[in-house]
Design a protein around this ligand. Structure first.
Ligand code: SF4
Ligand code: SF4
Length: 375
């Protein structure tokens, strides 16, 4: 058993200043050897961005090394019509249970928080288990508005495979990251030369999943953990691979990630969900990027259980300012938050205009909180 003290000692090792210095020196050396004035690296994880911003890692990167966040926040990529579906259900009197970050995400005409202010019953939960508990002690219908990537979808799948109260169903807006990386790698004008892949997601999917991607696009991928040293070590390895011209995958998070991943979790995920095409907010229609319930789970699929009339929302126009939001360019690595004219002015965490300013894993919100740039 690990004691609290052991955990703290372990954490100190991951944040050891001497090791951090050695890694930043290695990074500077490898980057100089590339002889490039600029190099763009993309990571696809809100937790990576939080660590990078919180520990000020961009300040110790060599000048010219740009580390940007791609579509790494599940809240940000939840599309407006998906929010609209939840809003319509809430307005119909259904109890909506969802993650706190989802409440203020703007839909086409309003957010769930706005619907709640109108009297709709919207509840914040930490996950599917809590949503089921809510259904058990609620007389009406409870719909879990399920967002999140494969890591979170596994947890939803586990709950759906168990015993459920009759008044419980799921509105799945879960997303699957690998197909989104395909799109980002092909964005016209992309400068991304390599990817830092999310360690959490890779614990489920395994690092082997990135091999065909790396080969197809000629881009290296390094799986990295979430401590500052993990990220620095991941960047050093990535630059080594770029320098060597190797479009391969390296696993720099072996304490948690294997090549095959968690097979039991994968089986659970694919028993309950199938992939389908659909829009990721501000990015594109991503083939196989959405996770929807399989036929065998139709009786707990809110889209089957209820008639969701999106046309009933069309009474109010979308706020004009939302048109200036460049979330899509940010999530595809073409721009950074400071390039958005609304950043820190009209668009603030209290008054978000785009989804990237809403969630604690959204790039704009993280940059606003920790100071952000340089890229
Ligand atoms: S689910 Fe976890 S690993 Fe995946 S992007 Fe979000 S924070 Fe990162
Ligand atoms: S600052 Fe606001 S409006 Fe601009 S891209 Fe970010 S979320 Fe969108």
């Amino acid at each position: 058993m690990t004691s609290r003290r052991d955990e703290q000692v372990g954490q100190l090792k991951f944040r050891d200043p001497a090791q951090a210095r050695r890694l930043t020196e290695a990074l500077a050396e490898r980057f100089a050897a590339l002889n490039r004035s600029e190099l763009w690296i993309m990571h696809v994880c809100g937790s990576h961005e939080q660590a990078i911003a919180r520990f000020g890692l961009r300040a110790v990167l060599p000048a010219g090394l740009r580390v940007v966040m791609g579509p790494g926040c599940p809240v940000c990529v939840t599309d407006m019509p998906e929010v609209d579906e939840a809003v319509v259900l809430a307005r119909q009197g259904v109890h909506i249970a969802t993650f706190g970050d989802m409440l203020r995400v703007p839909g086409t005409v309003c957010s769930l928080a706005d619907a709640q202010a109108e009297g709709a019953r919207v509840h914040v939960v930490y996950g599917a288990v809590e949503a089921v508990d809510l259904a058990r002690c609620t007389a009406g219908e409870v719909v879990f508005f399920a967002t999140g990537f494969e890591t979170t979808a596994v947890a939803t799948a586990a709950v759906l495979r168990g015993a459920l109260p009759a008044n419980f169903s799921v509105l799945s807006a879960h997303k699957y990251v690998p197909p989104a990386m395909e799109i980002v790698a092909r964005v016209p004008g992309t400068r991304v030369a390599g990817f830092l892949a999310a360690g959490h997601a890779a614990t489920i999917t395994g690092w082997g999943i990135f091999e065909p991607f790396a080969a197809r696009h000629g881009l290296p991928v390094v799986v990295a953990g979430f401590e500052p040293l993990d990220i620095l070590a991941g960047l050093v390895r990535l630059i080594e691979l770029i320098g060597a011209g190797e479009a391969t995958v390296a696993n720099m998070y072996p304490r948690c990630v294997t090549r095959e991943g968690n097979r039991a979790a994968q089986a659970q995920l694919w028993e309950v969900f199938r992939t389908t095409g659909g829009q990721w907010r501000g990015i594109a229609d991503i083939p196989d990027g959405n996770l929807r319930l399989r036929e065998a789970y139709a009786d707990v699929d809110a889209r089957r259980r209820f008639t969701i009339d999106l046309a009933s929302l069309s009474d109010t126009p979308m706020p004009a300012l939302a048109k200036d939001c460049i979330c899509g360019r940010i999530m595809t690595g073409l721009a950074t938050p400071v390039e958005c004219a609304l950043f820190g002015r009209e668009c603030l965490p209290e008054t978000p205009i785009g989804a990237c300013m809403v969630s604690s894993e959204g790039t704009c919100r993280i940059w606003h909180h920790y100071g952000g740039g340089p890229a």
